[in-house]
Design a protein around this ligand. Structure first.
Ligand code: PLP
Length: 402
C-alpha cells in the first residue's frame, strides 16, 4: 500500500484487500482496471527493443505480462511471504510451468505418494518420456526422503494436506534435507492458502496453487499460481510459462481472483470452523469408519498440523463402514450438498476420488499411494453448519447398516 508510510506491517486481511494497488493511480477506481489488451503500443521503436531485451520494464504482449495480472501476482507473493509470483490459467499450468523450467533429461523428481490426480499422472505417465525419473515416497516420514535423495534430485514435491487423504508433510523437516542436496522443494499449498500455511516461510523454495479452489473461492474460474524468489520466478515466467506451456491467465480471471482474495480470511475462518464441527459429528456416527481431518485429536497428523497450519482447513475425507457401496449411497442421499469435483467453493461439494479426481491411479496404485476405493472427499462450504449437519446425518442414517 503506497499511500501512507507506516512502520508496523499490515495484517493478512488488509494486505489481501489492498496490497500493491493504489486507487489514485487509476482515477480513484476502488478496483484495479481489467486490461483486456493482448498487445501494448511502444513509445517508439527503441522502446520496443528495450522492452524485449529486458532493459526497460513495461508491458508489450499479454503472454509476457499484463497490468491487471501483475497486481494479482504481487499480492499473492506478498501473502505467501515471498518476493515474486506468477499467475497462470490453471493449477496444472502453474505446476508444469515450474517443471518445464527446472527439469533436464536425466534429472529425478522425488514426490510424496499421494498427489492430486493430474499431478500424479504427469509424474507417473508422462514425464518419463522426457528422461525424467520420478520416485514416490511416503514424505510424511522425512527419513524416507533422506534415504532416497541424491545429487540427481532436482525437485522434491508434495501437497500438504494431501489431496484426497489428508496426510501431512513436515515442511520444515523436508526443506532442511532439500537444502543439503540443492534440490528445489515445491509445495502445493492449494488446500491451505497462505492464510493457513506459508511453506516458503518454513523453508520451501516454491509454492504452487490451484487458484481455482479457495483463492478464487466461488467456483467460477480456473487459475493457478507459482510463488518463489524473484530470480526463480523470472526464470519460470520466461521459460516454463511464456515460452513452454503458455498457460496465461486472462485479466478478467485475475480480477475475479482479487475479488475472491478480499474475503479469503473470512471464508477460510468459516470453512475451518464448520469443517472441524462436521468432522467431529461424522466421526461419532455409527455408519462412519474413519474420518481423516487434521483438526481431530485422533489424527496422527494433529500435532504437526497444529504447528504448521494456523487452522485445519475446510477439507475432510472419510470412509464408511459399508465401503464404496455405502459411499456412493451416501453421496446420492444428500439433498443439500452437491456431488461434484473441485473444492474451496461456497457450496459444500462431495465426491469419490477413486472414480473421479483420482481415477488416473490404477486400483492397485491407489492402495499403494495411501487411499482406498471407499474414500469420500468433502469440501466443506460456507452454508449454515446446522443445515450441513442435518443433511449429512440424514444421508448417513438412510444407509443400511452393513
Ligand atoms: C485442483 C488441484 C490441482 C489442479 O488445479 P487446476 O486448477 O484444476 O488445474 C492441483 N493441485 C491440487 C491440490 C488441486 O486440488
Amino acid at each position: 500500500m503506497q499511500a501512507k508510510k507506516r512502520n508496523t506491517p499490515y495484517g493478512f486481511a488488509t494486505r489481501a484487500i489492498h496490497h500493491g494497488y493504489n486507487p489514485q493511480d487509476y482515477h480513484g477506481a476502488l478496483n484495479p482496471p481489467i486490461f483486456m489488451s493482448s498487445t501494448f503500443g511502444f513509445k517508439d521503436s527503441g522502446h520496443g527493443t528495450e522492452l524485449f531485451s529486458g532493459d526497460a520494464e513495461g508491458y508489450f504482449y499479454h503472454r509476457a505480462g499484463n497490468p491487471t495480472v501483475s497486481v494479482l501476482e504481487n499480492r499473492l507473493a506478498e501473502l505467501e511471504g515471498a518476493e515474486a509470483g506468477i499467475a497462470t490459467s490453471s493449477g496444472m499450468g502453474a505446476i508444469t510451468a515450474a517443471f518445464w523450467t527446472l527439469l533436464n533429461s536425466g534429472d529425478e523428481i522425488i514426490a510424496d505418494k499421494t498427489l492430486y490426480g493430474c499431478t500424479f499422472s504427469v509424474l507417473q505417465h508422462h514425464i518419463g518420456r522426457f528422461g525424467v525419473k520420478t520416485t514416490f515416497i511416503d514424505m510424511s516420514n522425512p527419513d524416507e526422503l533422506a534415504r532416497a535423495i541424491s545429487g540427481n534430485t532436482r525437485i522434491v514435491y508434495c501437497e500438504t494436506p494431501a489431496n484426497p487423504n489428508m496426510r501431512l508433510v513436515d515442511i520444515a523437516a523436508i526443506a532442511e534435507i532439500c537444502k543439503q542436496y540443492d534440490a528445489s522443494f515445491i509445495v502445493d499449498n492449494t488446500y491451505c492458502t497462505p492464510y493457513l500455511q506459508r511453506p516458503i516461510e518454513l523453508g520451501a523454495d516454491i509454492v504452487v496453487h490451484s487458484a481455482t479452489k479457495y483463492l478464487g473461492g466461488h467456483g467460477d474460474l480456473l487459475a493457478g499460481a507459482v510463488i518463489a524468489n524473484r530470480e526463480m520466478i523470472d526464470q519460470i515466467r520466461s521459460v516454463g510459462l511464456t515460452e513452454m506451456n503458455g498457460a496465461i491467465i486472462s485479466s478478467l480471471d485475475a480480477f475475479l481472483i482479487m475479488r475472491g482474495l478480499k474475503t479469503l480470511q473470512l471464508r477460510m475462518d468459516r470453512h475451518s470452523q464448520t469443517a472441524l464441527k462436521l468432522a467431529k459429528l461424522l466421526q461419532d456416527h455409527p455408519a462412519v469408519d474413519i474420518v481423516y481431518y487434521p483438526g481431530l485429536v485422533s489424527s496422527p497428523f494433529h500435532q504437526l498440523a497444529s504447528r504448521q497450519m494456523s487452522q485445519y482447513g475446510g477439507m475432510i475425507a472419510l470412509e464408511l463402514k459399508g465401503g464404496i457401496e455405502a459411499g456412493r449411497n451416501f453421496m446420492d442421499a444428500l439433498q443439500l450438498v452437491t456431488s461434484a469435483v473441485s473444492l474451496g467453493d461456497a457450496e459444500t461439494l462431495v465426491q469419490h476420488p477413486a472414480s473421479m479426481t483420482h481415477a488416473k491411479y490404477e486400483p492397485e496404485e491407489r492402495e499403494k499411494h495411501g487411499f482406498t476405493d471407499g474414500l469420500i472427499r468433502i469440501s466443506v462450504g460456507l452454508e449454515d453448519y446446522d443445515d450441513l449437519a442435518t443433511d449429512m446425518s440424514d444421508a448417513l442414517s438412510s444407509l443400511k447398516q452393513g
